[in-house]
Design a protein around this ligand. Structure first.
Ligand code: FAD
Length: 400
């Protein structure tokens, strides 16, 4: 319950009894059901069916879905704290939830009543899970240069294009698709829209959508990341989110939720790495005493612990601002940048503290070490976060 303690102690957030109970229940679940099997499932790159079923039964997929649609109606702060706990067990579990929550967030904010009725109740139970697809082979950081097109044809859009790096791409029944409805628009963002694409989960071929074999990754195993190939795939016009031409603004709003999630993942992963390292340092003997009694190891532990606490506070600040319904480019960008870089440093130091054993697949730190770099990339790289942060700071401190 460390994350909860840090949040309350800082005075940044007051957690309700309900929030404490949920986060506590998730922590217990992670201890009992996730940690004992995570290393093995990760090494086999196996989707955690049983764990996801348990997460469904706990109501985790509906945390932020309003009660009228069958969810728990909780805020992004609760989601962030749950993300920390899950990632402390296995980061991939949080990856299974992240795009789902971004889809829920966008639907709640910009969707029509009919769309909410149609999808939210099944999303709340986790029966219907969502992916989010922006990136393409030639467009990642530079979102406006995507090429995937959706041409209006009567009461449908006809989608053609190639999407890359779609986490949950296979098992999702709903894909939040960023595409161009007006490829000639200048500037390009004015021609971008979001379609909610329905498909059969687990089918690699579905009505003009082809999903090639999953992308092989260094880490972040268990959850699939895929390409999506669209060839004259027809999407009902009723699946357009909000207004045509506003998709870029919507996705930039939604990505702040993703950045809070990635910050939470970083805090969870770093917490686990720190726990593994501080435990190992007290057991491993060198030069006649536990290595924790050597000052250079203590220096590492002090730096790791301090960075971890700072990361938790940054996460809380960003989650609090976004929970209040405000745009939070600056806070989410700073949190994403700081938490993920701190996580990467903490995990690297934890590996060093393990010495040669850190390099063995028998120790959890090896998995954490392969998972951490993804956090520097997903939902916008560190370089892109710095651009976002600097833009906001220059606006805030503008001198004419
Ligand atoms: C495992 C995994 C899962 C993913 N899941 C999803 C998903 O579910 N949905 C989705 O849409 N995407 C997903 N992505 C894609 C991810 O968001 C992109 O990889 C990321 O945005 C970077 O884009 P890119 O890979 O095209 O790199 P590029 O944009 O080509 O960047 C390459 C390098 O150039 C730097 N760079 C680029 N522009 C600038 C600039 N202006 N100034 C300075 N440096 C710059 C970058 O920081 C980076 O270091 C996933 C990626 C991975 C690896």
């Amino acid at each position: 319950m460390r994350a909860v303690a840090a949040a309350s102690d800082s005075g940044l957030v007051q957690l309700s009894e309900e929030q404490r109970e949920i986060v506590g229940a998730v922590r217990e679940f992670v201890e009992d059901q996730v940690i004992p099997v995570a290393d093995e499932l990760e090494h086999r790159d196996e989707f955690p069916d049983k764990i996801v079923q348990q997460m469904r039964e706990m109501g985790l997929f509906g945390l932020t879905v309003p009660e009228e649609y069958g969810g728990a109606g909780l805020d992004l702060m609760t989601y962030a704290l749950v993300g920390v706990e899950l990632s402390r067990g296995w980061m991939s579990l949080s990856g299974i939830m992240n795009t789902h929550f971004m889809a829920i967030y966008l639907l709640k904010k910009y969707g029509s009543d009919e769309q909410k009725q149609r999808w939210l109740p099944r999303m709340a139970t986790g029966e219907l899970r969502a992916a989010l697809s922006m990136s393409e082979p030639g467009a990642g950081s530079d979102v406006q240069s995507i090429q995937c097109k959706a041409a209006k044809a009567g009461d449908h859009y006809v989608v053609n294009g190639q999407k890359m790096w779609v986490t949950n791409g296979l098992r999702a029944g709903l894909v939040v698709l960023l595409c161009k409805t007006d490829p000639e628009a200048k500037p390009a963002y004015k021609g971008m829209s979001i379609l909610y694409v329905e498909k059969d989960p687990e089918e690699r071929r579905f009505e003009g959508i082809t999903i090639p074999p999953n992308i092989e990754k260094m880490g972040y195993h268990g959850v699939e990341t895929t390409e999506l190939l669209f060839e004259d795939h027809r999407v009902p016009a009723a699946n357009l989110l909000g207004e045509e031409g506003k998709g870029f603004g919507y996705i930039m709003d939604g990505i702040e939720v993703g950045r809070v999630n990635v910050s939470a993942r970083a805090v969870g992963l770093a917490t686990r790495a720190f726990e593994e390292a501080i435990g190992y340092a007290q057991e491993r003997q060198a030069f006649g005493k536990p290595i924790a009694q050597h000052q250079m190891i203590q220096e590492k532990l002090a730096e790791m612990g301090t960075k971890l606490e700072a990361a938790k506070l940054m996460l809380m600040q960003a989650a609090k601002k976004k929970s209040a319904g405000e745009r939070s480019d600056l806070e989410a960008g700073m949190a994403k940048f700081f938490c993920t870089e701190a996580c990467h440093e903490i995990v690297t130091e934890a590996l060093r503290i393990h010495g040669g054993y850190g390099y063995s697949t028998e120790y959890t730190i090896e998995r954490l070490y392969r998972d951490a770099p993804f956090l520097l990339i997903g939902e916008g790289t560190s370089e892109i976060q710095k651009l976002v942060i600097a833009r906001q700071l220059l606006e805030r401190y503008h001198r004419s």
